[in-house]
Design a protein around this ligand. Structure first.
Ligand SMILES: NC(=O)c1ccc[n+]([C@@H]2O[C@H](COP(=O)([O-])OP(=O)(O)OC[C@H]3O[C@@H](n4cnc5c(N)ncnc54)[C@H](O)[C@@H]3O)[C@@H](O)[C@H]2O)c1
Length: 378
């Protein structure tokens, strides 16, 4: 299946998934290669080991790709890695027509597409995401980024890849914790953009995540629908000036939880896990401030806790969480803007609230998390 992501008349990207995705890749890449000197494939050490052999077996007979390799992990979203890749491309004779394929998770896609967008003022690139987050979020929508001195996504561009190729088979080798992390963003897009998708997701059983890479049609549909929803949101607001803010649902709380989890005495949690906890808080705020029906909140909370569990948070942590939220980059003139929901599938952006509201949301989170742990005997 192919769906176009069209941001202007001239700027379109194609998102390909399902059985024909590799054929689509071969057609799209070969067309670029007809006019191109040489082609490159960017991997990290893990995707080189687990995904490159799959890529090569799925694309027989194609012109050779030179491999560019970076270290796995967030630390590779750096100016040093970008400079290393610019140097490599230059040394290997890349020109404006060269193709760069980004084979990896959000890190490889973010830094690879950033390098593609800046090398010789922009060379064609194709994203082949290998994590759940990248398949449904990071590899779609044209936001590229590197971090500056550990501050996330400080440097970046808006640059559409020629295509994004989604092949869930890559998830076979991905850690369950990474899969769970990706699932949080999938739940989020259902909650902010499509009630029927949100209801479809209710079929997910916490113990059933292992089936995600087995070619199970349910999971293929989950991934495809989440990717399509991301395209729909991006088409409305490619440059992130308004409508795209619905994707921030749960993130202001989530970023603070994520940072807190790295403090001494806390257990580090993944981005997705922190976002899942943030969504619980944002649902409480949504009931109070944007009319979310009180019957919906326990259903959402229950699903999130059963799939993601909860982070231990004490009341003494709350002032620090609020301080961290006040530092979030989305804050303008000291006012925190929240994305909330009116109902599953209906987001409202730009909602402000008092410190007491935030405090109460965190207290609510603390209590429901604690109750869940004591009932489940965790
Ligand atoms: N540009 C966007 O719109 C956007 C959206 C969401 C997230 N992001 C960015 O995405 C990044 C997070 O992405 P991520 O969660 O994919 O992280 P990641 O790219 O670091 O991948 C997670 C880990 O899994 C490994 N891996 C990847 N695919 C694998 C596979 N198939 N089998 C085994 N191991 C594999 C990687 O080597 C890495 O160690 C963050 O930097 C975030 O800012 C960007």
């Amino acid at each position: 299946m192919q769906f176009p992501l069209k941001v202007t008349e001239e700027r379109t990207s194609t998102v390909c998934s399902g059985e024909t995705a590799w054929k689509d890749f071969i057609v799209i890449a070969s067309k670029i290669q007809e006019h191109s000197g040489n082609s490159f494939i960017l991997v990290d050490e893990n995707t080189e080991k687990y995904c490159l052999p799959v890529f090569l077996s799925m694309t027989p007979g194609m012109a050779k790709f030179e491999v560019l390799r970076i270290k796995p992990g967030e630390s590779s979203k750096s100016k040093e890695t970008a400079a290393f890749l610019w140097d490599q491309l230059a040394a290997k004779g890349a020109d404006r027509t060269s193709l760069l394929v980004n084979l990896g998770g959000g890190v490889v896609c973010d830094v690879g597409a950033f390098v593609a967008s800046t090398f010789k003022r922009g060379i064609p690139c194709i994203n082949i995401p290998t994590t759940l987050i990248a398949m449904t979020d990071a590899a779609i929508g044209g936001k590229t980024a590197i971090n500056l001195n550990s501050v996330k996504n400080t440097i970046g561009t808006f640059y559409l890849p020629e295509a994004t190729i989604i092949f869930p088979g890559f998830l076979k080798t991905l850690d369950q914790s990474e899969i769970r992390s990706g699932l949080a963003e999938i739940f989020k897009i259902g909650l902010v953009a499509d009630r029927s998708f949100w209801e479809f997701l209710q079929r997910i059983k916490p113990g059933g995540l292992a089936e995600i890479s087995s070619g199970d049609p349910f999971w293929e549909e989950v991934i495809q629908r989440a990717a399509l929803l991301k395209c729909t949101v991006v088409e409305k607001d490619f440059y992130d000036r308004g409508a795209r803010a619905i994707l921030n649902f749960g993130h202001t709380f989530g970023h603070a939880f994520e940072t807190l989890s790295h403090y001494p005495g806390h257990l580090p949690v993944s981005h997705g896990m922190a976002v899942a906890q943030g969504i619980i808080c944002a649902c409480f705020l949504s009931q109070r401030l944007s009319g979310l029906n009180e019957k919906e909140v326990p259903k959402i909370v229950e699903l999130f806790l059963s799939v993601f569990g909860s982070m231990p948070v004490n009341e003494t942590d709350i002032p620090e969480i609020i301080r961290l939220m006040e530092q979030d980059k989305k804050i303008r003139e000291g006012i925190i803007n929240f994305t909330l929901i009116r109902a599953p599938g209906e987001a409202v952006t730009g909602r402000t609230c008092s410190k007491d509201d935030i405090y109460d949301s965190l207290l609510f989170y603390m209590v429901v998390g604690r109750d869940y742990h004591s009932h489940e005997g965790h």
